[in-house]
Write a new protein. Structure first.
Length: 437
């Protein structure tokens, strides 16, 4: 097995497979202590990184420029690596089942280029058992060698929160696991080098896999409860956030809020766990109920828009509705699994014209992934209703006068602030009819 001394001395490099939101920050952090090979299949992504810019915004240009990383799409470079970190996406398909294509492809490629004594550690979110049941056989088949004898396997789930500059790789405890004690000790020493918060040694790979998948499942269920409460309080004509503020004065009340649940983690990970549970003959009711609630919120918001348009005396057919924000969360350019799309699609079913703006989203990606053309800020005008779908900082800084300028002439225009980023009292007495979840 590769030794830590070999890694620390630069005799064996570390290869990071997948240079996205997870892989790049890890590669940059590791490059301060080890020789690092950064592998990605996207030539465009590699060119951007060589030019010193990360379009995801996770690593700033100065930090990226100081990192010494060999960027490559040549899989044979993996053969030299003592540790291979697999950090590829694990999405779901249109049937909400795990799409294992990226992890299978990456594992096949690694297996074909696996050096003797190498340790392969997975960071991708998976269901309990996947690493040993799916990935290890592929590595053995493609390499013609045996796990535990010729190469070794571990699992250390990523905990990256896109856009978060406080809770980062270095400041979040790293869960580490290995197929045997020696692998666990090596990976613990390896990750401890870059993670200042320390590591937590899981007793098995399955435990580490399960720990990761329930982290976001727990958040998903709690947000689903807030969303269901928002539906109830809407009928009771009570402001949800005022209720939560009041309840939040109790020391053990959890500070969750209603909203759209998208992205590559919270809106996806629970389906990996439910998939595995159902394959074992168990039907998880609470987890799936939470998913149903959260997946329905985009349509609910759209229906509230339609009601408000009618109540304000406006014609729904051909109404112009401005949608500000398309990414899955605030202050990041990530469009993966954004639930704002659900609002747009539902409004289009009512023949509403939607004008979408987002200062951070990539216009090309928005067009290719969702068929949405992003409008420039100059076109944010002449609206019958406005939806602040994502609370980007630039939107939160808008004055009431700027928001007012987006509407047509007249009175009582619906203004939707989904996440409640504005103080609703600032709109009292204005011609805007404020609503939030």
């Amino acid at each position: 097995m590769t030794t830590f001394e070999e890694l620390a001395a630069g005799k064996k490099p570390v290869a990071v497979i997948g240079l996205g939101y997870v892989g790049l920050p890890l590669a940059v952090a590791l490059s301060r202590h080890f020789t690092v090979i950064g592998f990605d299949i996207s030539v465009n992504r590699l060119e951007q990184l060589r030019d010193g810019h990360d379009v995801t915004g996770e690593v700033d240009d100065t930090t990226l420029g100081q990192a010494v990383i060999e960027y490559t799409n040549d899989p044979t470079r993996i053969k030299d690596a003592g540790i291979v970190v697999v950090a590829v996406p694990t999405p779901i398909d249109k049937h909400r089942s795990p799409d294992l294509t990226p992890v299978v492809s990456a594992t096949t490629l690694v297996g074909q280029n696996l050096g003797p004594g190498a340790v392969v550690v997975y960071e991708s979110t998976v269901y309990p058992g996947l690493t040993e049941e799916l990935c290890v056989p592929i590595l053995e088949r493609e390499s013609g060698t045996r796990a535990g004898e010729d190469f070794f396997v571990g699992y250390s789930p990523e905990r990256i929160n896109p856009g978060d500059k406080v809770n980062t790789l270095e400041t979040i405890v790293k869960v580490v696991s290995g197929q045997d004690e020696a692998t666990l000790e090596l990976l613990s020493q390896f990750y401890s080098t870059v993670v200042k918060a320390g590591v937590h040694k899981a007793s098995s790979i399955k435990v580490a896999e399960a720990a990761k998948v329930i982290e976001n499942t727990q958040r998903d269920i709690n947000i689903a409860l807030m969303n269901e409460l928002a539906l109830i309080f809407e009928k009771l004509e009570i402001d949800t956030l005022e209720v939560l503020q009041a309840s939040g004065t109790k020391w053990n009340f959890l500070p969750f809020r209603p909203g759209l649940v998208g992205g590559h983690c919270i809106g996806v990970d629970p389906y990996y766990l439910t998939y595995k549970a159902q394959s074992m003959g168990f039907h998880p009711e609470m987890i799936l109920a939470g998913r149903r609630i959260n997946d329905s919120m985009g349509r609910y918001v759209a229906q509230m828009v339609i009601k408000r348009l009618i109540q304000s005396g406006r014609t729904v057919n051909s109404a112009r509705v401005g949608i500000l924000g398309l990414t899955f969360k605030e202050n990041v350019p990530d469009l993966r699994n954004t639930k704002v799309v659900d609002i747009i699609e539902e409004l289009r079913e009512y023949c509403v014209e939607t004008i979408v703006h987002d200062p951070l989203a990539d216009p090309t990606e928005a067009q290719e992934e969702y068929g949405i053309s992003l409008a420039p800020e100059s076109e944010l005008t002449d609206f019958d209703a406005v939806i602040f779908a994502v609370p980007h900082a630039s939107y939160a800084a808008m004055s009431p006068a700027r928001i007012d300028s987006m509407f047509k002439s007249g009175d009582r225009f619906p203004l939707f602030d989904i996440r409640g980023m504005f103080d609703h009292e600032r709109f009292i007495g204005s011609r805007m009819w404020y609503w939030r979840l």
